[in-house]
Design a protein around this ligand. Structure first.
Ligand SMILES: Nc1ncnc2c1ncn2[C@@H]1O[C@H](COP(=O)(O)OP(=O)(O)OP(=O)(O)O)[C@@H](O)[C@H]1O
Ligand SMILES: [Mg+2]
Length: 424
């Protein structure tokens, strides 16, 4: 009897490592079989900075997850990758017919993407960069733009417009090494901004145009969609940890106490709070317990949130460029749960805002229907969509041998507008 396909994803975040294994239900819905979460030690702003600590965190998360799964060991995971080394741009690639008109087939589309992949790969920076995704946006047939699916159409020249994501080989390789150290193979890598989008956006939102902003502990991930496909994605090193640090510094308390107070009493719009509401700050080794106004506690959160909003606005300006995104903004990631932040975003950026959580996974415990699981659950969805497809929109992570020091040197990436004829 054929084995039912299993989907497994892991997100090595700045604050937590989460792994999930799932299978598909009869309606094609994802049904989690096991999940493990461990505090993430050794990750700074989405990037491994202490290998041994990360390895231990990954092991703890996987052990918990695989205990639930029980049967048939799961040895391959799709991994969510993060960090401001991930960059995106939109590229075009052309397939000429050599004079005669051609009827476009799936095979043409596949070879167009694979030749784009080859060209882009060659242009990566001194092998210090790695291609992650080439996601087809639209096709152009004999110069006529905006074709969504050209299969079956006649043309002399077929051009692909694609959203391309690349990242630095060393941080990507370190993530792969951490998994390999736990005897786990990397099935592939998906960039965090695109994984989160997969986790929480509806098809309608993607169609009408939407931006998704995932605010994690150490990074803000933005991606923007129009007519069903992503056309912008980025990572900025800033997140909820900074809010906690600001509170800790302003009120002179240890980070852990500040984190707890932030989670229980935080609000980014202190003016909306009762001016007399008080919060108890517990005693520390050097300070007795004390009482502060909640407004005073939240003042640093307001200031830092303003700065985060400014960064988000900059990303959205780069993304939307010419026309507005009618679906507004979807906030996700753990820090999107911060009271007042969605309202501040809606007021500040004058657009509709919703906080998005992964809601449509069957059998998901309520504790996982939260914005901080957008990345890992989105990766599962990504795996379902892209596994076994030959086009490299689901880029397979190079096996261990490809991460040898020799492969870490490549030439600078340049914007690609290559023509088949030029390469021949
Ligand atoms: N209810 C809440 N209110 C405010 N902040 C919250 C809440 N819940 C979680 N957070 C914050 O969300 C952050 C963690 O979010 P998340 O789990 O998405 O990050 P991560 O995936 O580990 O990090 P990154 O994606 O940046 O690598 C922490 O800063 C945490 O304090
Ligand atoms: Mg995250």
């Amino acid at each position: 009897m054929p084995q039912e396909p299993i989907y497994a994803a892991i997100d090595i975040g700045t604050s937590k490592v989460v792994s999930v294994v799932a299978r598909l239900g009869s309606e094609g819905e994802l049904k989690p079989l096991g999940m493990g979460s461990a505090p993430s030690l050794g990750v700074g702003q989405g990037i491994v900075d202490d290998f041994n600590q990360v390895k231990d965190s990954v092991r703890d998360s996987l052990e918990e997850c695989l205990r639930y799964v029980g049967r048939n060991p799961v040895e391959e995971f799709l991994v969510v990758v993060n960090g401001d080394h991930l960059v995106s741009e939109n590229s075009t690639e052309m397939l000429g017919s050599g004079g005669d008109s051609l009827t476009v087939t799936e095979q043409h589309l596949r070879s167009l993407i694979s030749s784009a992949s080859g060209v882009l790969q060659q242009q990566l920076d001194n092998r210090s960069e790695q291609m992650l995704h080439i996601i087809p946006m639209r096709y152009r047939l004999d110069g006529v733009a905006g074709v969504r699916d050209p299969t079956g159409l006649h043309t002399n020249e077929l051009e692909l417009e694609a959203h391309v994501v690349r990242g630095m080989s060393v941080p990507l390789g370190n993530i792969a090494r951490a998994l390999q150290a736990c005897k786990i193979r990397v099935e592939g890598m998906v960039s965090h901004p695109l994984a989160s989008a997969e986790g929480v956006l509806t098809a309608d939102e993607r169609e009408m145009g939407v931006a998704i902003v995932d605010i994690g502990a150490g990074t803000i991930k933005t991606s923007a969609y129009r007519e069903g496909t992503p056309f912008y994605s980025s990572v900025v090193p800033m997140g909820g940890n900074q809010l906690t640090r600001d509170m800790a510094v302003a009120l002179r308390m240890p980070y852990q106490i500040a984190e707890e107070l932030k989670l229980n009493h935080g609000h980014v719009l202190p003016d909306d709070l009762d001016p007399y509401e008080e919060v108890l700050i517990p005693a520390t080794q050097v300070q007795p317990k004390r009482v502060v106004r909640r407004r005073e506690l939240c003042e640093p959160l307001y200031l830092r949130s303003l700065q985060m909003l400014k960064l988000i606005n900059e990303e959205l300006s780069k993304a939307a460029m010419d026309s507005p995104l009618h679906g507004g903004i979807v906030l996700t990631g753990g820090a999107a749960r911060m009271p007042g932040f969605a309202e501040m975003t809606a007021r500040g950026l004058r657009t509709q805002v919703r906080v998005g959580a992964p809601l449509w996974y069957a059998g998901l415990p309520d504790s996982m229907r939260q914005p901080e699981y957008a990345g890992v659950l989105g990766a599962l969805q990504w795996s379902v969509k892209h596994r076994n497809r030959s086009e490299p929109r689901f880029t397979r992570e190079p096996r261990e041998r490809n991460w040898s020091p020799g492969s870490l040197l490549r030439r600078p990436f340049a914007r690609v507008a290559s023509r088949q004829s030029e390469r021949d």
